[in-house]
Design a protein around this ligand. Sequence first.
Ligand code: NIG
Ligand code: FE
Length: 384
Amino acid sequence: MSLLITHIGELVTNDPREVDDDLLGVRTDAAVVVDDGTIAWVGEAAAAPAADERFDAEGRAVIPGFVDSHSHLVFAGDRSLEFQARMAGEPYAAGGIRTTVAATRAATDDELRATVARHVAEMRRQGTTTVEIKSGYGLTVDDEARSLRIARELTDETTFLGAHVVPAEYADDPAGYVDLVTGPMLDAAAPYARWIDVFCERGAFDADQARTILRAGMAQGLRGRLHANQLGEGPGAQLAAELGLAAVDHCTYLTDHDVHALRDAGTVATLLPGVEFSTKQPYPSGRRLVDAGVTVALASDCNPGSSFTSSLPFCIAVAVREMGMTPAEALWAATAGGARALGRTDIGVLVPGARADLVVLDAPTHVHLAYRPGVPLVSRAWYS
Ligand code: NIG
Ligand code: FE
């Protein structure tokens, strides 16, 4: 069954070949034909081929669906009091993760499944068409494996984050926990995961532990990514570059040396503005990274501790208002940038052959995503 989407006022293709020097490859008066979940044709509305069905966009903007390359949706419990305390001046600490670990371990499979499904539905309503979901609130062999099994029911982009923090029962034996993560836990998790991730930060795992864990995962066919440089400068960004990882996420505190290493390695820097919003930390400069030639992604980091937003439009608005990015750069980062962070070429772009993941905005241009913060602008979405 083919579908013609026509009378598109502004079509964001993210294909710079479409229009010279235009990051978003914007076309006006455009149409798209979708066939069997794939983009079959893109061009002038007047020249559009016939299709089985037709949708009239009535001059509205159409963009690629958002690619949220970083979330932690398998959790139980609520940490709104922790948020409230932070808004009153308390600092964010990695140890809060253990609160969610206790609640997650106590939850049934069906409770976890319902929470993941509810948040994925919430994301879809806000235009996200691909979501990556991490484990990391189980931290036992069985709880990590079941977290990934449940996440896999909703997405192919699943990430094993057994190395989120050292759980309380291993507080006196962190090396023993690294052995568990790289041994039986990895064996149980790997069948359900595409990626392996480590929280490389003071209070979590150091660079040597992170390298060991990532190498073990990569030896089992998983691809590596990192949480790093969130709470202060540290070795994570350099490690990501050294190992040629697809992405390093947070990047709140980067030295110039880190920035150059990421650029040279082609590692995506994923910025997570919801975290700075919810922890009152300073926003990193997206401008600095873009100007240095680093590929930037924007993601929600949706989790009950540091960033409980599922909204990429919100992240775009903050990136534009607080992080020096243009509306075009921010939208690119939340679509094509997220796709790069996941090593994907079939999403984040609207070109023939790509997946038909697209969103009609209740707005004439993509600029409205930042211009109208907090307003639900997704009027229609298709995803395969
Ligand atoms: O990406 N930084 C580490 N992990 C999560 C926070 C998890 C939590 O506080 O529960 C993050 O921000
Ligand atoms: Fe995270």
